[in-house]
Design a protein around this ligand. Sequence first.
Ligand code: KG4
Ligand code: ZN
Length: 343
Amino acid sequence: MSEPLVLGIETSCDETAIGIVRGRTLLANEIASSVEEHARFGGVVPEIASRAHLEAILPSIERAVKDAKISLKDLDAIAVTAGPGLVGALLVGTASASGLAQGLGIPLYGVNHLAAHVSVDYLTHDLPTDPTIALLVSGGHSSLLKVDDITGSITKLGATMDDAAGEAFDKIARILDLGFPGGPAIDREARNGSPTAIDFPRGLTMKSDWETRPYDFSFSGLKTAVARYIEQTPTNVRADVAASFQEAVVDVLLLKALAACKSTGIDSLVIAGGVAANSRLREVATERCAKAGIQLRIPSPALCTDNGAMVAALGSLMVSAGRPATQGAFDADSSLQVERVSL
Ligand code: KG4
Ligand code: ZN
C-alpha cells in the first residue's frame, strides 16, 4: 500500500482534533477547541476537557470525512493519540478510535503525541528527514531528540528539568495579565517591545552545565527573574518584558538545539510542538541555521499546535514502514515516554 488513507484522532488536551491524510497529503484537519471554557481558570481543567471531547468527537469526525471527500469505508487505518496527556481526555479518543477501527475492520495505531508533533513536518517537507535532531517544545514537554526513524527509533538527548517552554510562556503571560494561552499573547505583545531591553538569564548555559547537562533545559530561574523584575520595576514596559523573556527562551532553545546538531554531526533540525508557532523562534532559528549550514524544518504555525493531522501523519508513516498495528484493547498512557512511538 503506497499511499495509505489514514484518519488521526487527537484528544490529549483541550483540542478535539481529527486529521485525514493520504500518504503525505493532508485532506482534512478539523479542530474543535474547548480553550475558551478553560480560560477563566487560567489553565486546562481535565474534567471540562473530557466532557468537551465527548460532545465534539463524532461531529468532528463527520466534518473531517466530509471535508476530505472520502467515505469512512475507504480508510486503510486509524491512528489515535495514546499518550502522553490528560487520561480522561485521552480515553475519549482511544475508545472512539477502537470502536471505529473495529467496526470498519481496519488496523488501529495507538501513537505517541510527541512523536506525532515531530512527524507532522512530513506533510510539508518531503525531503529525507532521518536522521534529524528534533527540538520538541510544547505546553507539557520540552526536549531535544535524535530521530533515527520517526516510526520507531527516537533517542532523548535532553529535556526540561522543570517547566516546559510553553508552560513558561503561559506562566509569564499570567503574571503580565495577558490571558491564556500565554504563548500567542506574548508573541503578539513582544512585537512592540525590545528583545534586548532586559538581560534575563539563560538557564543551564554555564560552562559546568555544558559539561554535565548540555541538552537539558531549565526555565524556572527565568520565570523567577521575570517575576522579580516586574515586582521591583513598577514602571516596567510590558512589551519589553515580553520581548526580552521571549528572547531568553528562544536563545537557549536554539543554543542547545544547534549544539546537538554539531556534536552528533547531524545537519538537520526539525522544530515542533506548540511553541514552534512562535514567530521569534522561527525567525532566529532561520538565521542561525542558515549560518551554521543546518537544514531547518518547521511545520506551518497551524500544524505546530495540537491537531489531528499530526496523528494521521504518524499513522500513515507507520503503515508505510510496515510497523505492526496496536493489538487488542489498550489503555491510554498519560505519561507515555517519547521514545515509545506506538503501543
Ligand atoms: O503542542 P501544544 O499545542 O499542546 C501541548 O502538547 O502541550 O502546545 C501548547 C503550548 C502552550 O503552552 C502555548 O502557550 C504554546 O504552546 N504556544 C506558543 C505559541 N503558540 C502556542 N508559545 C509561544 N509562541 C506562540 N506563538
Ligand atoms: Zn501537543
